[in-house]
Every structure is written in C-alpha cells, then in structure tokens.
Ligand binder design. Structure first.
Ligand SMILES: C[S@@+](CC[C@H](N)C(=O)[O-])C[C@H]1O[C@@H](n2cnc3c(N)ncnc32)[C@H](O)[C@@H]1O
Length: 237
C-alpha cells in the first residue's frame, strides 16, 4: 500500500561535498561573526539566563527542537541534566503543546529563539554544554544555499565553542559528510557519518524519515577535546 505521508529523499545537483566548503569554512574560522543579533532572541536569552541563575545542573541543548518532543525524551534519559530545546518556530513548539516561552517542565525548558543569536550569546555567557543534539537540520540542498547549512554558516565556530558531545543527524549523506569534514578541520577530530541505529532519542522527523525508508546518518564527536582551530588551515577537499 502507498504511504500517503511518505517524505521524499533529499534531491540535489550536489553529489558530494561542496567544492567551496573548504574556502568558506577557512574564512569563518579566521573572522569573528559580527552580524547584528536578532533582538527578540536576545530578550528570550536574557529571560532564560535569569531563570537559570541558580541552576548548577549540566546543560544539554536540543538545537532546532521542532515540536520539542526530542527535548522531552532527552530530559527523561538524562534526569541529572537541564535540557534546553530551542526553535525559532512558535507554530512547531505550539504543536508540541508549548505555548509560552521559556516554558519549564521538570528538567526540560523550551525557548523560542533564532539559533545563530542564541549560540553566540551562550558562548559569550560562558556556557559549556554536556551534550548537544542537532537533529535533522534543514538540509538546504541547493549548492547556492551552502552558507545556510550550519557547518558553512558564519556561526559554526560558536556552535563548536559551546562544547559537549555533539550528535548531528541528517537524512542527506552529503550534509553529514560536509558536517564531519568541517568539524574535523576546526577541532582536529576524526568524525565521520555513521548509520543511525536504534536510539533512545527519536525525533518526529527521524520517525517520518524512517517510515519512508530513508538512510539516516549521525555525525557524533566531542567538542571538548581541543579549542576551535582558527589558524593552521589544512586542505580538506
Ligand atoms: C527539519 S526540522 C527538525 C525538527 C526536529 N529536530 C526533528 O528532528 O523533528 C528543523 C527545525 O529547525 C528549526 N530551525 C531552522 N532554522 C532555525 C534557526 N535559525 N533558529 C532556530 N530554529 C531553526 C526549524 O524551525 C525546524 O523546527
């Protein structure tokens, strides 16, 4: 029987890592990202900081949490941690039953914010994460949209500076390969895409992609082993 809710695999004219990725990444590693911050996200971050003033629990971030379902799962799995789900879409968060932000339920908190602003402010405020989940970010498969992919975005060094064990998942092999290459260049790690096996954390997009028979890739590595490498460029491509 045809699955009416099947999702199509990512299609792109790109069949491998983008030929400009290396150059773009070098520029981002050399230069500080100084674009203006997103004002509503600054206000959201300040409210969150006040809420967390007395919190000592290790922090876990679920970046681009969508409906926030994965945040709830992670919070259940890591009861000693404070798990923060961040998404820019109020609609998606509302679909998950979260209608005001920040909203706290047990050891989970949901916040509506734009990630490039949130990540930069968190670095400035001295956050160091225990874990960081980046589940199924928008793939931006058009080659001309390279810099919208997180690993080619000027905020990538800040994302890595937040530290922690990072798990990025994607249903597009090229995205996973590029993400691993960029992380390895910046941190000196040896990450590579691996198939997503049975996992206790399964987001709505992961469920949808699995039901549609997509191959799923995870790139997992520690951001704590070294600092973000802003010098000594190494050719990757
Ligand atoms: C493909 S969905 C994945 C949602 C969820 N992680 C999952 O796996 O079900 C990507 C999510 O990233 C969020 N997103 C994209 N760009 C963002 C940004 N700049 N700031 C915050 N959230 C963003 C979108 O609103 C969307 O909910």
């Amino acid at each position: 029987m045809t699955n009416l809710f099947a999702s199509r695999p990512v299609t792109s004219s790109q069949s491998g890592p983008h030929p400009r990725l290396n150059r773009v990444l070098e520029a981002h590693l050399r230069r500080r990202f100084e674009a203006p911050l997103h004002a509503p996200s600054v206000a959201a971050f300040e409210t969150l900081q006040n809420m967390l003033a007395k919190e000592r629990a290790p922090r876990v971030l679920d970046s681009g949490c969508g409906t926030g379902e994965s945040t709830r799962q992670i919070a259940r799995l890591l009861p000693g941690c404070l798990v923060i789900g961040v998404d820019k879409s109020a609609d998606r968060l509302r679909r998950g039953g979260i209608s005001r932000f920040p909203y706290r339920g047990g050891n989970a908190i949901w916040l509506r914010a734009d990630l490039p602003t949130f990540w930069r402010l968190a670095v400035e405020a001295g956050w160091r994460l225990r874990r960081h989940f980046l589940l199924y970010p928008n793939p931006w498969p058009k080659p001309g949209h390279l810099q919208r992919r997180w690993h080619a975005h000027p905020v990538f060094p800040s994302l890595l500076q937040l530290g922690g064990e990072l798990d990025m998942r994607s249903n597009w092999q090229v995205y996973a390969e590029e993400f691993a290459m960029a992380a390895n260049r910046a941190l000196g790690t040896c990450a590579r895409p691996r198939p997503v096996g049975e996992s206790a954390v399964c987001s709505p997009f992961e469920r949808k992609y699995r039901a549609s028979g997509h191959r799923l890739y995870s790139v997992a590595f520690s951001c704590d082993s070294s600092g973000v490498n802003r010098s000594t460029p190494v050719r990757l491509l």
